[in-house]
Ligand binder design. Structure first.
Ligand code: GYE
Length: 340
């Protein structure tokens, strides 16, 4: 397992690279208000009335992570920064999200940003955007569609997050027979798929047994309901570990464990992903045992990529933002300065 210091350095290194890229494409970049158009180019943010119109298809509002991501996007895609943002949240309905993207294409926006709810099923609408010469920038989650159907993606390495969570579980439980239940994220979403894969790989050689796994849809209510079902089936004594694909589901599980008379963090240990404020507080309170970060503050990076792509600059296809991990002590130290 790599040290916190190494991860932190890598994180800062990556952000530095991205910051340089942003500086390069921010102030000096030019973009027309029609994608691929040839009219007089205007610098984003400098000319009122020449705003870059961006349609953003958000997943919904399922979690604390999502609220922080939405806020970060709205702040970055502000009029002050040269954008007119058309915001849509699809309430976790993949069909509604695709319909929203079609709506943006029909409106003739300059660029489309998508946080794809699920990985599959994007080929047709991405092709329609390409035919209309509207560049698509993905943020947060990935898709299985061919890479040439979108300009770029910026987000997190979900598989590595799963590996970090699994490495903690492997170190904590190792050869001790351990009954684990999993609260999965939204079925078919990149983070649910990849976080499961990474964790399973990292714990393959251990005595941790996955006795059950169900989706809680990344919501607090979902996590609570699924955990209630697990507790009815196995009892507090029949479960040693919960792996929750996000903090909100872990927080729901805490409520269910307490209602069943158990002590979360002691009778049943919990590892989760996100490191949002409420999750970090639960870690400090000893109710969650370990958290892997997933940084939701992607707005500025996404806006930088929109500007770069519209200016015709070359951009990398995949842009990872590094995450870190938190023990209880590290959470205590970090929480006061965290932005979400
Ligand atoms: O972990 C979860 C949210 O896609 C990384 O979506 C994101 C996930 C995040 O609902 O809380």
């Amino acid at each position: 397992m790599r040290s916190q210091g190494v991860r932190k350095r890598q994180f800062l290194g990556l952000i530095t690279v991205l910051a340089v890229a942003l500086a390069a494409c921010g102030g000096g970049s030019s973009s027309d208000t029609t994608a691929g158009g040839e009219g007089a180019a205007t610098t984003a943010g400098e000319s009122a009335g020449e705003l870059v119109t961006v349609g953003f298809a958000q997943t919904g509002s399922e979690s604390g992570w999502r609220s922080a991501n939405t806020e970060s996007m709205k702040t970055a895609f502000s009029e002050e920064n040269g954008f007119e943002l058309i915001f849509n949240a699809a309430d976790n309905d993949p069909a509604a999200q695709i319909a929203a993207v079609r709506g943006f294409i029909n409106q003739g926006v300059d660029a489309i940003v998508i946080a794809p709810i699920v990985e599959d099923g994007w080929e047709d609408v991405l092709q329609e955007a390409a035919d209309a010469e509207i560049p698509v920038i993905l943020e947060d989650r990935t898709v299985t569609a061919p890479e040439d159907l979108y300009a770029t993606w910026v987000g997190l390495d979900f598989k590595r997050e799963g590996v970090y969570a699994g490495e903690w579980a492997a170190e904590t439980f190792g050869d001790t027979p351990t009954k684990m239940v999993v609260l999965e994220g939204t079925t078919g979403s990149a983070p649910a798929n990849d976080r499961a894969e990474g964790f399973d790989e990292a714990t393959a050689e251990t005595a941790i047994e996955k006795i059950d796994s169900q989706t809680g849809d990344f919501t607090r209510d979902g996590g609570k309901t699924v955990m209630e079902g697990f507790l009815t089936k196995y009892g507090v004594d029949g479960i040693d570990l919960v792996y929750a694909h996000n903090d909100d589901m872990a927080l729901g599980a805490i409520e269910a464990i307490e209602a069943a008379g158990g002590v979360p963090g002691e009778d049943i240990q919990i590892v989760s992903i996100d490191a949002v404020h409420d999750g970090m507080q639960a870690l400090i309170d000893g109710k969650i045992n370990y958290i892997v970060e997933c940084n939701p503050l992607l707005g500025e990076l996404a806006a930088g990529f929109v500007n770069s792509v519209l200016a015709g600059e070359e951009v990398e296809k995949r842009n990872y933002v590094e995450d870190q991990t938190f023990t209880q002590e590290q959470a205590e130290e970090a929480l006061p300065d965290r932005l979400y």
